[in-house]
Design a protein around this ligand. Structure first.
Ligand SMILES: Cc1ncc(COP(=O)(O)O)c(C=O)c1O
Length: 415
């Protein structure tokens, strides 16, 4: 069959006329394929999935009830556009009550998002001209960088390393990059490292942004999932509202990934620019979803229960991994445990397998142990274990943890 003329019409930003022709297999596809192969090789055996990046449970019943009640109201049926006052006001209360950030103006400093991913894909249109630099941490969630490149922007990567407690070294940015840099994107608690920021680090970020005239976008998708103390909002930093915005999301905090709702909050001018581009991009999230999200924001006890579960699972997995030779340390928040990747595994039968990369061991864990993880080789070799594996109840959760311990019981890892 001759090639469709459509093949020649694709934009260069997605590969132009070569779009879809690459044979490279990306990380997540490799994981999927290895999982399928392991299931085929061991029919009926349970795959333990520690690779998932989303909650394992449903939204809480009272949030679902709110959605149902709100969905029945005729006034909620139409285009929501940039939203009504309900979520905006709940967001301002949430910032005050949960994050200790008073004085957010719900009318001018908050606009909802159809999830943080949508906000991260909209914001570059408001900020990035060809040749502008964006400072992004790696490993990390790449959406803002991808869309910045679509607009001709350039991405400067800031590696997150263990020596720096997985905080970027702001002083490492070359002067010529800084001269053209417009935006610094941060995400704490961080995906994938699980690291948390500190008030001191955020204070340095504000000073850095002021000095170099940068916009700070803090992606706070995991901010509420903390195992001790209060969530740390970037906006709690003196001066933060003059330099940036924060992206909050119901996805992880309230087990609402599929619902697609969050909010952008902070600098009035940036929020306005986001709202203007958003208005030309989508017609807003269904008001019933927004109102159910607002209910969640007013009930932070929901997030505390979710975080307590992750904390308990984290303790158990850290213990299992450390018995096998890892040096796993429980993070202060998120649901990600990020551990140095071993160089080899030695079995009690005397078989030694070497791993060159995190991807190598991740493939080995799926194939040999039916345990799925996510490898990161971007700034050193690390494995990410998510504590969002599916378990029927707490007894089942303990059974799965024992099963992981048992599957890894005949190997010692070398670093
Ligand atoms: C760092 C980070 N930001 C944003 C998102 C997307 O969140 P949302 O579901 O609100 O679009 C994710 C989802 O995995 C994430 O890990």
């Amino acid at each position: 069959m001759s090639e469709s003329y459509i093949q020649n019409l694709f934009a260069e930003r997605i590969g132009g006329r070569n779009y879809g022709k690459s044979t490279a297999i990306y990380k997540f596809e490799k994981i999927k394929r290895a999982k399928r192969a392991a299931m085929a090789a061991h029919p009926g055996k349970e795959i333990i999935d520690l690779g998932v990046g989303e909650p394992d449970e449903m939204a809480f019943p009272e949030v679902v009830e709110t959605l149902c009640a709100e969905a029945r109201k005729p006034e909620n049926r139409g285009y929501a556009d940039n939203g009504d006052a309900v979520l905006k006001q709940a967001a301002a209360r949430y910032l005050q009550n949960v994050c200790g950030v008073p004085g957010i103006n719900p009318e001018t400093e908050v606009v909802h998002s159809i999830g943080s991913k949508a906000a991260l894909s909209i914001l570059p249109a408001a900020l990035i001209n060809p040749g502008d630099y964006v400072l992004m941490t790696v490993p990390g969630y790449p959406v803002f960088g991808t869309h910045s490149r679509y607009y001709g922007g350039l991405v400067h990567n800031l590696p997150l390393t263990e020596q720096n407690h997985f905080l970027p070294d702001l002083d490492s940015v070359p002067a010529e990059v800084l001269a053209k840099a417009k935006v610094l994107v941060l995400n704490y608690p961080n995906n994938p490292t699980g690291a948390s920021a500190t008030p001191e680090f955020f204070a340095r970020v504000v000073a850095f942004a002021r000095l170099h005239k940068l916009v700070v976008i803090h992606d706070a998708a995991y901010a509420a999932l903390v195992f001790e103390g209060k969530p740390l909002s970037f906006l709690a930093t003196p001066g933060a509202k003059e330099v940036g915005i924060e992206l909050h999301s119901a996805s992880k905090s309230f087990n609402m990934t599929g619902w697609r709702c969050g909010f952008v909050v902070g600098n009035e001018l940036l929020v306005k620019a986001y709202a203007d581009v958003k208005d030309n991009t989508d017609s807003g999230q269904f008001l019933a979803v927004q109102h159910a999200t607002a209910y969640g924001l007013d009930h932070p006890g929901i997030t505390e229960q979710i975080a307590a579960k992750y904390s308990r699972r984290m303790d158990a997995i850290v213990q299992v991994l450390n018995q096998r030779g890892f040096n796993a340390r429980k993070p202060r928040g998120s649901f990600f445990l990020y551990v140095k990747s071993p160089k080899a595994a030695m079995s009690t039968a005397g078989n030694r397998v070497e791993f060159r990369t995190a991807e190598d061991i991740s493939q080995w864990l799926i194939t040999e142990k039916l345990i799925s993880t996510v490898p990161w080789d971007d700034a050193g070799a690390y494995l990410r274990f998510s504590v969002t594996f599916v378990a029927k109840d707490q007894a089942d959760e303990s059974r799965i943890i024992r099963e992981i311990a048992q599957r890894l019981g005949d190997v010692k890892f070398e670093f």
